[in-house]
Ligand binder design. Structure first.
Ligand code: HEC
Length: 254
C-alpha cells in the first residue's frame, strides 16, 4: 500500500517537474527573435534640417514586391492608355512608333521582332524583370540614355506597379511575381504573440498539474494514520521520500 502511494507521489512530482522543465526548454527554443540590422521599411526623411526647418515629411517607402502583390489589373490597363499611341500589347500586334510588347516581361531588351531599335536600347544589355522595367517606366531616358522612346515616365510607384502587373499578363507565360515577404518586425511580433499565448497555456496547465500534485500529496499525508505535525519520524520519512524522488528527477548529486 505504502509503495503504491509513494509511486503516486513520485508520479505527481515527476509530472510537475517535467511540465516545468518543458515550459523552460520550450520558451528557450521558441523565443530566439532575430532582430534585423535594418528595419523592413526604409523611412526616408526629407526636408530642410536648417534653422528654418519646416515640418519634416516622412515618406514610408513601399517595396515594388508589396505593390505588385496588391496590384490592380484594371487600373494597370487604364495606365497603359498612355502607351497606346506608340505600342500594341496584344499577341501578334503591329509595331508602331514603338515595338509590340506582347511577351516583353522576362525578355532581353530590344527583343521584339522586326523593329528597328536604337543602338542605345539594343546595346543596353538589360533584361526586363520587374525592377528594371519599373525603373525604365519611371524615367526611360535615365535608365537607357539615348533611347528613341520619347516618354517622360510615370511618376507614381503605384501606377507603375499596376501597369507592370497588366503588362505581365500580356504573355504566353506570365513571369513569376517577386516574392513579397511581410516586414520582419511584423513576423517577429506575430511569432512572439503566438509563443506568448502558448506559454500562457502551458503555464496554466503547469499550475493545474502542480495543484493536482499538491492535492495528491495532501491526500496521502491525510491517509497515513500516524502522520501528524507532532510525529517528527513520519514527517522526516515523507520529506526524505520527496527529496529522493526529486533527486532522481533532476539528476541530484550525481
Ligand atoms: C511616343 C511613343 C512612345 C510612347 C508613348 C511609349 N513608348 Fe515605349 N517605346 C517607344 C519607342 C520608339 C521604343 C524603342 C526605343 C529604342 O529603340 O530606344 C520603345 C521601347 C519600349 C520598350 C522596350 C521594348 C523592348 O523590346 O526592349 C518598352 C518595354 C516600352 N517601350 C514600354 C512602354 C510603356 C509601358 C509605355 C507606356 C507607359 C511606353 N513604352 C510609351 C515609343 C513609345
Amino acid at each position: 500500500m505504502d509503495g503504491l502511494l509513494l509511486n503516486k507521489i513520485f508520479g505527481a512530482v515527476l509530472a510537475t517537474a517535467l511540465v516545468i522543465f518543458g515550459v523552460r526548454e520550450l520558451s528557450h527554443t521558441l523565443v530566439h527573435p532575430h532582430i534585423p540590422d535594418h528595419p523592413g521599411y526604409a523611412v526616408e526623411v526629407t526636408g530642410s534640417t536648417g534653422t528654418d526647418a519646416g515640418p519634416v515629411e516622412v515618406v514610408k517607402e513601399i517595396s515594388l514586391a508589396e505593390l505588385l502583390a496588391s496590384a490592380s489589373l484594371s487600373s494597370g490597363e487604364r495606365v497603359a492608355k498612355k502607351c497606346a499611341a506608340c505600342h500594341t500589347f496584344d499577341n501578334g500586334g503591329a509595331n508602331k512608333t514603338g515595338p509590340n510588347l506582347w511577351n516583353v516581361m522576362g525578355r532581353a531588351a530590344a527583343g521584339a521582332d522586326g523593329f528597328g531599335f536604337s543602338s542605345a536600347m539594343s546595346g543596353s544589355g538589360l533584361t526586363w524583370d520587374f525592377e528594371t522595367m519599373n525603373q525604365f517606366l519611371a524615367k526611360p531616358k535615365e535608365l537607357v540614355p539615348g533611347t528613341a522612346m520619347s516618354f517622360a515616365g510615370i511618376k507614381k510607384p503605384k501606377d507603375r506597379a499596376n501597369l507592370l502587373a497588366w503588362i505581365r499578363s500580356k504573355s504566353d507565360a506570365p513571369l513569376d511575381l517577386p516574392v513579397f515577404v511581410a516586414p520582419v518586425e511584423e513576423i517577429v511580433e506575430a511569432a512572439a504573440d503566438m509563443v506568448g499565448d502558448a506559454a500562457q497555456d502551458i503555464e496554466t496547465a503547469a499550475i493545474a498539474s502542480s495543484e493536482a500534485a499538491a492535492d495528491g500529496a495532501a491526500d496521502l499525508l491525510n491517509s497515513l494514520p500516524n502522520v501528524s505535525g507532532t510525529d517528527p519520524t513520519h514527517e522526516a520519512a515523507v520529506d526524505q521520500a520527496g527529496t529522493e524522488a526529486l533527486d532522481e528527477i533532476t539528476g541530484g548529486d550525481q
